[in-house]
Structures are given as C-alpha cells and as structure tokens.
Design a protein around this ligand. Structure first.
Ligand SMILES: NC(=O)c1ccc[n+]([C@@H]2O[C@H](COP(=O)([O-])OP(=O)(O)OC[C@H]3O[C@@H](n4cnc5c(N)ncnc54)[C@H](OP(=O)(O)O)[C@@H]3O)[C@@H](O)[C@H]2O)c1
Length: 288
C-alpha cells in the first residue's frame, strides 16, 4: 500500500507519516514546499490551490490522509474534486474536528465529511478534540514571551489530545480492517480547563503562566485587527462557542481501544516540550 499524506509538515501529518512508516507502509509526504518534509521519505509538491500539482501527487497511491483546504476561498468544493481526481484511491482518512456537525456553515468540515462519505471509497472520519501540540507551537510564543494565554474559552474544559495518538488511529484506519464507515471521536485521557493547562505547562517549564478569558467580541476584534476576514472570524468563534458550551469537555476511550495504549496526557507532552516555554518573560512595556 502507498499512502499520500496531505499536510505532512503539520501537527497531525508529521506523526501520521511516522506512524505509517513504523507499520512498513510506503508513504508520500505532501507539502507546498516538499523539501521541508521528513528526511528519507518520498516527498511531493501538493497545493490545494494549484491543481497542476494534484496529478503527480496522486500517482500510484491507493490510500489518502486528508488535511482539508481550510484556508482556501473555494475550500468547500476541493475535497470532493480531489477524491474524484483519485479513482485508484481505495481508502481515505479525513481529519475533521470534534463537533463538526454543530459548527456554523462557514466551517467546512461537515461538507468535507459528506464528500468523503459519498465518495464510494472506504472512508474513516477522525473528529479530534483540540491538540496538545497547539501549546508547543501556535500558542508557544505568547506563553514564552508574556507568560499569558488569552482566548474566548471561558474556563471550560477540553479533552486535549496529543496528535501522535490521532496519527496512530489514522494509520490503523488506513491499514487495518474494521474502520471503514466509522467516525472516530478522539480525545486525550482527561478534561482540562485552560487554567489547569497553565498549571501543567508552568510546572514543566518551572514558570508561572496565566490564562485570561476574552469575550467573543474582544477576540473577534483582535482577529480583525490581525487581518482575518469575516469567514475565518466566524469559523474561529464557532469553535470557541462549542468549547464554552461544554462540547469539548468530552473524553472518549477511542484512542486506547484502537491503539492498545492509553491516550497520552498533557503532563507527558509538557514534560517533553518544556523548552518551548522556557525563555524568561520580556519587560511588559516591550509588549506590542
Ligand atoms: N489545532 C487544533 O487543535 C485542531 C483540532 C481539531 C482539528 N483541527 C484541524 O486540523 C487541521 C490542521 O490545522 P492546524 O492548524 O493544526 O495545522 P497543521 O496541520 O499544523 O498545518 C497545516 C498543514 O496544512 C498544509 N497546508 C496549508 N495550506 C495548504 C495548501 N494550500 N495546500 C496544501 N497543503 C496546505 C501545511 O503544509 P505546507 O505548509 O507544508 O504546505 C501544513 O502541513 C485544520 O483543518 C483544523 O481545523 C485542528
């Protein structure tokens, strides 16, 4: 079997490549800048926005891991079109999101799920909770520089998941029987508020971190000031509404059932990645 991994440089794609290689599966790692993909793995240029890249990326693959075109203006149709362009692909695993069916229409996951389900392929949909890796990647800078994380999440709990667990489930779904036609709701082992998360990261990095709850309006204003368009603001606010409504507090045993090991904890992730948050705080007067 040969699997094309889309988003292979991203938070789930990287470990999906690793998990497939560990199973002895041939992998083609896709990126808009393929030189950045993992050494020793076949790489290919793939850009949702540039269809001339699709044919070569899809050549000779029979499995597909899809991180969808969340930032493309015509992202609503591209997953369906890619699946049509890949008649030889038998199995597809789609990365969706927890609560995909509850989000506003501008959030494209529900449409992608429908496209995958009607593709005629052996499909599996992954609906993960928020990633632990956000704290070591996107949220690392405000934590490292200002010891602060500010989000419109109230102090609601989430079952944060390590993307390596998502990847192991994806690899199982791509290579084992029994996953076709399944929607796997994936979470970490416990439900944590952002205040609890700050304590866990702080203990790992020997620092004190603070979480501040923003209102939805404050958050939207910040996104707008940073150049976000209305669609992406609605998309983000929809995700945080679910969090505040308690939807993301769910903890499932799906990772353990499929991988055979307990889902990885945030404390373990924090211990491994403490360096990401270690630099001392800057003088607050330097804050932009
Ligand atoms: N972050 C979370 O907590 C979370 C939770 C649940 C679901 N999700 C979903 O996970 C997905 C990924 O989100 P993320 O923020 O974590 O990003 P990510 O996977 O860490 O990074 C985005 C990936 O997408 C690729 N990419 C971006 N634009 C592309 C394009 N035009 N064509 C081809 N590839 C492109 C990038 O590859 P190159 O730059 O190498 O091309 C990169 O590998 C989203 O759909 C999100 O809704 C995220």
């Amino acid at each position: 079997m040969t699997v094309l991994v889309l988003g292979a440089t991203g938070k789930t794609g990287r470990p999906v490549v690793d998990a497939l290689v560990a199973r002895g599966v041939k992998v083609v790692a896709a990126s808009r800048n393929p030189g950045r993909a993992t050494d020793g793995i076949e790489t290919v240029r793939f850009d949702w926005a540039d269809r001339t890249t699709w044919e070569q990326a899809l050549a000779n693959v029979d499995g597909l891991y899809v991180v969808g075109p969340y930032a493309e203006p015509n992202g609503a149709v591209l997953v369906r079109e890619l699946l049509s362009a890949a008649p030889q692909v038998q199995r597809v695993v789609l990365l969706s999101v927890l609560g995909a069916d509850l989000l506003p229409d501008v959030v494209l996951m529900a449409g992608w799920e429908a496209d995958v389900r009607s593709s005629g392929k052996e499909w599996t949909i992954l609906r993960p909770n928020w990633f632990q890796q956000n704290f070591g990647e996107g949220f690392a800078t405000p934590l490292r520089e200002y010891s602060t994380l500010e989000l419109p999440a109230a102090d609601a709990a989430l079952g944060f998941i390590d993307t390596r667990d998502i990847a192991e489930v994806a690899a199982a779904a791509l290579t084992e029987p029994g996953h076709a036609g399944q929607i796997h709701v994936l979470t970490g082992p416990e439900s944590l508020s952002h205040t609890m998360v700050m304590a866990i990261l702080g203990a790992a990095a020997s620092r004190e971190f603070r979480y501040t709850a923003l209102t939805a309006d404050e958050f939207a204003a910040r996104l707008r000031a940073a150049g976000a368009d209305d669609n992406s603001i609605t998309w983000q606010l929809g995700l945080f509404t679910l969090i505040r409504d308690g939807v993301n507090a769910i903890v499932t045993d799906t990772v353990e059932r499929i991988t055979g090991h307990p889902a990885r904890s945030l404390a373990a992730y924090a211990a491994e990645h403490a360096e990401a948050w270690r630099k001392g705080p800057v003088n607050r007067s330097e804050r932009p």
